[in-house]
Write a protein that binds this ligand. Structure first.
Ligand code: TNX
Length: 507
């Protein structure tokens, strides 16, 4: 009997050509530019396998498909089977739906050691995801070594203790936490990812989410309204009023940071954050108010968009493109800038209609820090419930754009893992898997309308083959039956969103 073919993400076309036989190990590859750039054709016969890709990336994705046909040994670090594996003879023709198939890892809230990041590159590649967005800086930590500003990591990468969970009563892990990647670590991550056709997108978050930088260099903050010298790397979570000052010195400082970022990361996109910038300090600050007057701006929101535009032009002049969270849209952007939509579909729709490229990652659908089931056993209560099925039924093209020319502005989609309540690799694995597998199929495969998606078929492939692949890869995913005892976090308080979750259906 021919072995079952349980490919994830589902390819466009599978044509069994009859029979099966032992795989002798031969793989011939080639490039045919008439195929889609990341597309491929995989042919398995008694003579071995042939993979023709539209580019080398296509060949690489074809190899990932072949790997799934080759059984679990192909997912272990060393083979353990003595017999050659039996493969079905077939032709697979395939190409991705979206060019940006991303995953964001927040290494700022909790530092994830370099080895774990490299492992995530492998896990993304195995699922045909091609963008790793590293959220490198935030209030709670600065994780990228910058040669000209050593205090960013000497001071900004460390905190004395950490809020455990995100609820009341407050609980603390009294152990100091921190860490950072050297520039060479990051070059290694970039090179390792490039070898797997994964692009690393660095994020330097400004003008909010920057308290770790202010703790290192107090002159970056609004020192005319708060004692920035007394600020420390933040130890708990949530909105933060301590934001960067809108001064020339701050603009120059971050240009210095970005110059080093550009040296390390060769990709077209640089993420500058732009989210959740509280304006209280700017309202109170004579310096900020003088700036608003001098620039002839309307208000503090104008100031934020002036700062974002500054880096937009700065990056464009250096041949790169700015991408930021959907708040950057407020106030207008330069042409090449792209928007990452995290709040419903609203920002994505507005950005696409204004002619900007968009990556859809709404928190209502694909925030993997949110819990994946109801119930007291689920660690750690946060956000809305996004089940595996919810993620499988996520539709990246906003309904309002579907069928319009603006839909082409949606260059892709991304799942985001914030790590306030995911403190180590085990928690990161648990929150990310298996939902990232469903997400990978959404990003790669041409799935029908969410209502018509065959979730039962996806689950069947998961149960028949893919959980075993994750086991072979050593992924500590959430089992379909719920957390294992050591995956629970009894007593760690969290906070669920009280507003009802709005989805693509109601957007
Ligand atoms: C909102 S998404 C944030 C993050 C938090 C996240 C928690 C975004 C641009 N900002 O700072 O970590 O919610 O889900």
């Amino acid at each position: 009997m021919a072995p079952e073919v349980n490919l994830i993400p589902a390819p466009r076309r599978i044509e069994p050509t009859g029979g099966s036989g032992p795989f002798a190990g031969e793989v011939r590859t080639g490039v045919d530019p008439s195929l889609a750039p990341e597309g491929y054709r995989l042919t398995v016969t008694a003579d071995g396998a042939e993979i023709v890709g539209g580019t080398e990336a296509g060949v690489f994705w074809g190899r990932q498909t072949l790997r799934q046909l080759l059984g679990l040994d192909a997912f272990r670090r060393a083979p353990i089977e003595r017999e050659p594996v039996t493969v079905p003879y077939l032709i697979v023709e395939d190409a991705p739906r979206f060019g940006w198939r991303g995953f964001m890892l927040d290494v700022a809230r909790h530092f994830l050691p370099k080895d774990d990041v490299l492992r995530y590159v492998d896990l993304l590649a195995a699922h045909k995801l091609n963008v790793l967005h590293l959220h490198l800086t935030d209030d709670q930590g600065w994780r990228i070594e910058i040669a000209r500003y050593p205090r960013l990591t000497e001071v900004g990468a460390w905190r004395p203790r950490t809020r455990m969970g995100w609820g009341e009563p407050a609980m603390w892990d009294e152990r100091p936490h921190g860490g950072f990647y050297t520039r060479d670590d990051l070059r290694e991550i970039v090179a390792y990812a490039a070898g797997r056709h994964v692009t690393v997108v660095p994020e330097i978050d400004l003008p909010g989410h920057a308290q770790a930088a202010i703790a290192a260099y107090p002159e970056l903050g609004n020192s005319d309204v708060v004692d920035t010298a007394a600020l420390e790397v933040k130890t708990d979570w949530g909105f933060n009023r301590n934001v960067l000052a809108p001064t020339d010195a701050v603009l120059r400082f971050y240009e210095g940071v970005l110059e080093e970022v550009l040296e390390i990361f060769p990709g077209p996109f640089v993420h500058i954050g732009g989210d959740e910038c509280f304006k209280d300090q700017w309202r109170a600050s004579p310096t900020a108010q003088a700036r608003i007057r001098d620039l002839g701006l309307k208000d503090e929101d104008g100031l934020q968009s002036w700062m974002i535009r500054h880096y937009d032009h700065w990056l464009t002049a250096r041949g790169r493109r700015l991408i930021g969270w959907d708040e950057i849209l407020e106030g207008g952007l330069a042409e090449g800038a792209a928007v990452m939509c995290w709040r419903w579909y609203t920002g994505g729709v507005a950005a696409a209609e204004a002619g900007h490229d968009v990556v859809m990652c709404p928190q209502q659908e694909v925030y993997l820090d949110h819990v994946q089931a109801d119930g007291a056993e689920e660690p750690v209560p946060f956000g809305w419930v996004h089940t595996l099925e919810d993620v499988y039924r996520f539709e990246p093209i906003p309904p309002r754009l579907a069928g319009t020319p603006h839909a082409a502005r949606v260059i892709g989609t991304q799942a985001n893992l914030w790590t306030e309540v995911a403190e180590d690799r085990g928690r990161v694995d648990y929150q990310t898997f298996p939902r990232l597998v469903a997400f990978a199929e959404v990003a790669w495969s041409e799935l029908p309308h969410p209502d018509e998606r065959d979730f039962a078929g996806f689950e069947r492939r998961m149960n028949a083959a893919h959980y075993a692949r994750l086991d072979a890869l050593g992924v500590a995913y959430r089992p379909p039956t719920g957390p294992r005892p050591w995956q629970r976090r009894p007593g760690v308080p969290g906070r669920m969103h009280d507003r009802p979750r709005r989805t693509w259906r109601t957007a």
